[in-house]
Design a protein around this ligand. Structure first.
Ligand SMILES: C[S@@+](CC[C@H](N)C(=O)[O-])C[C@H]1O[C@@H](n2cnc3c(N)ncnc32)[C@H](O)[C@@H]1O
Length: 227
């Protein structure tokens, strides 16, 4: 992306929502510039537009990014962190239509949406909770429905070591509340809930200009108008 590209303008607009905190503004700008996850989700949703549940939505950056790129379907963002949800909801009320944000634990969410997105959330969940959530998402998916997951995965690489160190750092500075487990999944642990038939699957590295071991998982329930 060049500085004058549509994405550069979108990034500056979204970063501008966080003018009251120079730290947050810098974080948002850096995240949107370096991390290809939002564009990857946009690409998939443009092919198959449908209402979206964004689990672990944080500050709502994905929703804002999608709206700035013309994605008009309803989006519900949920997160455990009330301060992030408060910020996201305040921006959405001022700037956009059809975005809702709610404080909710991923372990209790009802994934009753045709598209479910989870970016960098699964490693906060214990094995059992993660498996139950993924199985519930798979069970609720309707024909043509999408499940888009980006998460660092556990392996023996230097990227994984750096990912783990970064996770310790964000907890130490209080950006992510500490105390919870750090439980990066293997690719199979993410995909197994979707391998009982009925889903097309794509898994690929998606780390962009970050040093992390991030992978992108696309599961599409077979059927629907697009078949
Ligand atoms: C690394 S951030 C990613 C934020 C967002 N998905 C993005 O990519 O911009 C992880 C988010 O997961 C949230 N989170 C962690 N555990 C959660 C849980 N059990 N339920 C809901 N959200 C959770 C954190 O509060 C944080 O906002």
């Amino acid at each position: 992306m060049t500085e004058s590209s549509p994405d550069a303008r979108v990034i500056e607009k979204i970063a501008g929502f966080f003018q009251d905190s120079r730290w947050l503004q810098g974080y948002v700008r850096g995240k949107l510039r370096a991390d290809p996850a939002y564009r990857a989700v946009l690409t998939e949703l443009r092919r198959r537009p449908q209402p979206v549940l964004d689990i672990g939505c944080g500050l709502g950056l994905l929703s804002f990014y999608l709206r700035e790129h013309g994605f008009a379907e309803p989006i519900l963002g949920v997160d455990l962190d009330g301060s992030k949800i408060g910020r996201a909801a305040a921006i959405a009320a001022r700037e956009y239509e059809g975005l809702r944000f709610s404080v909710c634990d991923a372990r209790e969410v009802s994934p009753d949406f045709s598209a479910v997105v989870m970016l960098d959330v699964l490693h906060y969940l214990e094995d059992d909770s993660r498996r139950r959530l993924l199985e519930a998402i798979a069970a609720k998916a309707s024909p043509g429905g999408l499940v888009l997951i980006r998460n660092a995965t556990k392996d023996r690489s230097l990227r994984y070591a750096l990912t783990y160190l970064e996770e310790l750092f964000v907890r130490a500075i209080g950006w992510i509340p500490g105390g919870g487990i750090i439980n990066f999944p293997t690719p199979d642990a993410v995909a197994s809930a979707f391998r009982h038939g009925g889903f097309a699957e794509e898994i690929r590295p998606l780390w962009g200009r970050t040093p992390f071991s991030s992978h992108y998982f696309v599961f599409r329930r077979i059927g629907g108008d697009s078949e």
